[in-house]
Ligand binder design. Structure first.
Ligand code: FES
Length: 320
């Protein structure tokens, strides 16, 4: 596992329930370069690993910044960041990875953020503003107090292109989205990030407004339905490289069983969000539960996120 030891240089509350951490390398060296949309893993001890988007100044390698929302249903990650990390705390992080990269040549870009989904989106907005490319940013929050980076978004080079929308009801959110998505410029690209129900609404409006799938780019923060909820059935999994077949029972994931069998699978979020565990499907029909693959990739059925997805067919054969 490739990790970087860092220490917390700054820990600040920047909006209600949102804490910003500035992380510097322990040995004072520069950190690996990154682009808007990148995220890092924070290893928070006791086996807890969480992904957070980098949201500091453009490409800054002297320190990374992440903003973490305290989740009421926290499974330990955000609670730990809010309650236990302080200036001087040491932890391990991963190098940045980017599954949410912006296309370089969009004529116009529409950025949509819901709540803490602003973290990758603000990096994109800064880059577009710096390159003087046309963009519009819609940032939906519960209230003004819940809006992170508010001063920057309301003034300066970002101010002209950003719209802060606070406390809207669901119908008003849809109306605001329809207003922004209705007239699509040729070649326009849409990037969206936020909690799952919000993202589902934006994607549905994009479909209604005629946006093609390939122009809609998204990153989910909350995972899909966890294993154990909903109807799950067991199935057999054949590992093509060893020829071994194992049974995946209803109450376990593919990754759980592979670990028990001593088969190495690289994972990170284990919630179907990050794409680290995606494996090639050689035979059978996957039942996708992830938020990472696009709808076309899911429909093709030739790859799947093994941390969360299952099988519709009795037997699934994976390139593992
Ligand atoms: Fe993140 Fe599976 S480990 S999608």
């Amino acid at each position: 596992m490739n990790t970087i030891p860092v220490r917390v240089a700054v820990a600040d509350t920047i909006a209600q329930d949102i804490r910003l951490l500035k992380l510097e390398a322990n040995d004072g060296s520069s950190l690996p370069g990154w682009k808007p949309g990148s995220h890092i893993d924070l290893h928070l001890g006791q086996g807890i690993t969480r992904q957070y988007s980098l949201c500091g100044p453009q490409g800054d390698t002297s320190a990374y910044q992440v903003a973490v929302k305290l989740e009421p249903q926290s499974r330990g990650g955000s609670k730990y960041v809010h309650e236990s990390l302080k200036v001087g705390s040491e932890l391990l992080i991963s190098p940045p990875r980017n599954h949410f990269e912006m296309k370089a040549d969009a004529g116009h870009t529409l950025l949509v953020a819901g709540g803490i989904g602003i973290t990758p989106i603000i990096s994109m907005a800064r880059e577009l503003a710096e390159k003087r490319q046309q963009f519009e940013l819609l940032y939906f929050t519960r209230s003004e107090h819940h809006a992170a980076f508010r001063e920057e978004l309301e003034g300066g080079p970002l101010g002209e292109s950003c719209k802060l929308l606070c406390g809207l009801e669901r119908d008003d959110v849809e109306e605001a989205l329809e207003g922004a998505l209705d007239d699509r410029y040729d070649g326009s690209q849409l990037y969206l990030c936020g909690p799952k129900p919000f993202m589902d609404t934006v994607r549905a409006v994009a479909v209604r407004c005629g946006w093609p799938d390939e122009a809609v780019h998204f990153e989910y923060f909350a995972g899909a339905e966890p294993v154990g909820q909903g109807e799950q059935t067991s199935f057999d999994l054949k590992l093509a490289r060893s020829g071994k077949t194992v049974t995946i029972p209803a109450n376990k994931t593919i990754v759980d069983v592979l670990r028990e069998e001593g088969v190495e699978v690289e994972t990170s979020c284990e919630q179907g969000v990050c794409g680290t565990c995606v494996a090639r499907v050689l035979d059978g029909t996957p039942e996708h539960h992830d938020c990472f693959l696009t709808s076309q990739e899911q429909a093709r059925g030739d790859c799947m996120a093994v941390c969360i997805s299952r099988s519709k067919s009795r037997l699934l054969v994976l390139d593992l």
